[in-house]
Design a protein around this ligand. Structure first.
Ligand code: HEC
Ligand code: HEC
Length: 276
């Protein structure tokens, strides 16, 4: 069991600088978020789970506390415009049927989920409405339109605890995701677990390794100044270990998304979060 953690060190340093910002507790627009909670029972090697926010620098952390400072909000505004935009052969906008986007509150906490025997996530649900109900072209999985709208919908669940189902019909998908998480891949022969479970809290190059949680997706990254999908992030990590990434929206990444979500059970949804 792993108990030591460099956040303790970070805290001591933060206390020494006398800054008002407490790097341990996150409130967004005054609403407290859960960034640390006991690990779910299925996690054998970790006692406590932490949001990726806890591993960022104070400057990056501060950007997420206030929606005027959060650079992702420009994209959420774009999502609002897209939600009202008429497209496709049926002459409809999302808002023609979904009158109030706030009705999506809670949805983010439960995805991915099984529907008709298939594992689906937010991007699938959005594209299903576009192709089946609007007669419009699907959006690209990690494209700007998709991430703007998934950020807008995810925001409606901000502050609510991640709560995905992993039993029943979901169990085989979850097992598959777990297997992928622990499988060594690529030229460097590393598994997700080697970094995000065995070494979180450690500095890797100039980056502070987190537990690789997905409670804040889509995430605005300072590195590329846009919203990033969870699958886009998985792809980047696989490239970094010189592995051939799986396909965004493919069955491997969907299973991995379910498994990662289940490793974050109880953390607050932070969508859209800010990371470096
Ligand atoms: C012609 C009506 C219609 C249009 C237009 C439409 N949807 Fe839907 N949408 C539905 C119906 C019906 C459902 C399934 C029943 C439900 O959950 O509300 C649904 C389900 C969803 C869900 C899953 C909700 C849940 O709780 O499971 C999401 C997310 C969604 N739509 C997003 C969108 C987005 C984004 C757009 C625009 C790109 C859009 N929809 C356009 C009718 C529509
Ligand atoms: C060589 C180490 C390494 C491996 C292996 C690795 N990652 Fe990462 N990952 C990183 C680093 C570094 C970051 C950026 C800092 C952080 O948040 O940990 C990151 C970030 C992430 C994030 C974003 C976390 C957040 O809070 O936004 C996710 C999600 C993620 N990784 C998932 C994965 C998955 C899934 C795998 C396996 C396919 C994987 N990673 C393998 C190094 C790694």
């Amino acid at each position: 069991m792993r108990t030591t953690f460099s956040i303790a060190t970070a805290l001591i340093l933060a206390a020494g600088t006398g800054l008002a910002q407490d790097s341990n507790s996150l409130s967004i627009e005054g609403e407290p978020m859960v960034t640390e909670v006991a690990a779910p029972a299925h996690m054998e090697n970790v006692d406590t789970i932490y949001s990726g926010w806890r591993f960022r620098s104070q400057e990056t952390q501060a950007l997420e506390t206030d929606d005027f400072e959060n650079p992702a909000m420009v994209f959420v505004d774009k999502g609002i415009d897209l939600f009202d935009k008429v497209e496709g052969s049926e002459g409809k906008a999302c808002s023609s049927c979904h009158e109030d986007v706030a009705d999506f509150a809670g949805l983010r906490t439960t995805l991915p989920r099984v529907e008709d025997g298939e594992l689906v996530t937010m991007e699938n649900l959005v594209n299903e409405c576009r192709t089946e109900r609007m007669g419009a072209e699907p959006w690209k999985w990690s494209g700007g339109q998709m991430t703007a709208v998934t950020a807008l919908i995810g925001l409606q669940s901000r502050g609510m605890p991640v709560n995905v189902a992993i039993d029943g019909e979901a169990a085989p998908f979850w097992e598959k995701g777990k297997e992928l998480y622990y499988t060594k891949v690529g030229q460097l022969q590393m598994a997700c677990s080697n970094c995000h479970e065995d070494n979180y809290g450690v500095m890797i190059r100039a980056d502070h390794l987190s537990q690789g949680q997905i409670n804040g997706f889509p995430t605005y990254r300072l590195k590329n100044a846009k919203l990033n999908s969870a699958h886009g992030r998985f792809k980047g990590c696989m490239k970094n270990i010189r592995a051939t990434p799986y396909k965004e929206g493919g069955e491997e990444f969907l299973a991995l998304e379910l498994y990662l979500a289940s490793r974050g059970q109880g953390l607050s949804v932070e969508t859209p979060s800010v990371r470096n």
